[in-house]
Design a protein around this ligand. Structure first.
Ligand SMILES: C[S@@+](CC[C@H](N)C(=O)[O-])C[C@H]1O[C@@H](n2cnc3c(N)ncnc32)[C@H](O)[C@@H]1O
Length: 265
């Protein structure tokens, strides 16, 4: 379920409290949003000169993002810490490297006093066209934030490294410039939740977190203020639901096969 609204307006929607919040917050990149991305240049090639995206921000909404309101929302919407061990809620924030230090301090003010830093290691780099750079970035960063008790952890008794592999998502259509890979989101959801748990994404973009959660039979809720992304996210979520219904009814994803090979039907 995704709402076309600011997450600040959450009270009107009566959403259940979350076991896990996943949020990929605006990176406050301002006018350099595409600085480490090939689309800074025409056709992604620096020999062609700069494209219309050079020196632009991702969205006007990035400027209005208020981290304190965001943290308040998250601390309110995370489930209370239960008495039992191994079932406490947590949140994962994808953020820019330098944002981490600010977010750690901010989270403390809202009762999320503990953290584990996360690194996501890509098998590619968007910075390769910056010819003067000898070292190109291939990592994204994030934080796992929680109150006091260690979060629910489901990995068949095995530990996980705090450095996760981020493989390019070649399966799903790209509908958002900072869309996260479904497989990565699924791995995170599987580690920190069980079947039927609630997952919330306050800044849902393409709806990728909600799709990943739905695929794992979790209850997913999200907010997205930009109409364009909200509309595409709704469409993606509806397609997912249709695929699930098809599999129940026909034993295969009829609607998906129909789209790829209409001649068969
Ligand atoms: C970094 S993107 C998230 C991308 C997403 N993780 C994905 O995989 O597609 C952040 C999104 O938050 C939205 N946003 C910014 N401020 C918001 C707010 N106050 N409430 C809801 N959405 C907001 C922006 O429009 C943007 O699409």
């Amino acid at each position: 379920m995704i709402y076309r609204d600011h997450f600040q307006n959450y009270k009107s929607y009566q959403i259940p409290k979350a076991q896990l919040i996943i949020a990929d917050i605006p990176y406050n990149l301002g006018k350099n949003a595409y600085a480490s991305n090939p689309s800074w240049y025409k056709d992604g090639d620096n020999k062609n000169g700069e494209s219309e995206l050079a020196g632009k921000e991702f969205f006007d909404t990035d400027n209005d993002f208020r981290p304190a309101e965001f943290m308040h929302f998250c601390s309110t919407m995370l489930k209370k810490e239960p008495k039992e061990k191994n079932s406490a809620p947590c949140m994962i924030v994808f953020c820019e490297f330098e944002q981490q230090f600010y977010l750690i301090e901010l989270a403390k003010r809202y009762g999320l006093g503990k953290y584990i830093n996360l690194v996501f290691r890509k098998n590619f780099s968007a910075q390769v066209l910056k010819a003067n750079m000898k070292i190109v970035g291939n990592c994204e960063y994030g934080l796992l934030l929680y109150r006091d008790k260690l979060p629910k952890f489901r990995n068949n008794g095995k530990m996980v490294f705090n450095c996760f592999d981020w493989l390019k998502d070649t399966e799903n259509e790209k509908i958002h410039p900072t869309q996260k890979p479904i497989d990565l989101l699924k791995s995170l959801i599987e580690i920190f939740t069980d079947d039927g748990d609630v997952v919330i994404d306050p800044v849902a973009g393409s709806g990728s977190t909600l799709v990943a959660a739905e695929r794992l039979n979790r209850k997913a809720y999200g907010f997205e203020i930009k109409k364009e992304f909200y509309t595409k996210a709704i469409q993606w979520l509806n397609e997912e639901k249709q695929i699930r219904d098809d599999i129940k009814l026909f034993g295969f994803a009829k609607s998906k096969v129909e789209r790829i090979m209409p001649v068969l039907f």
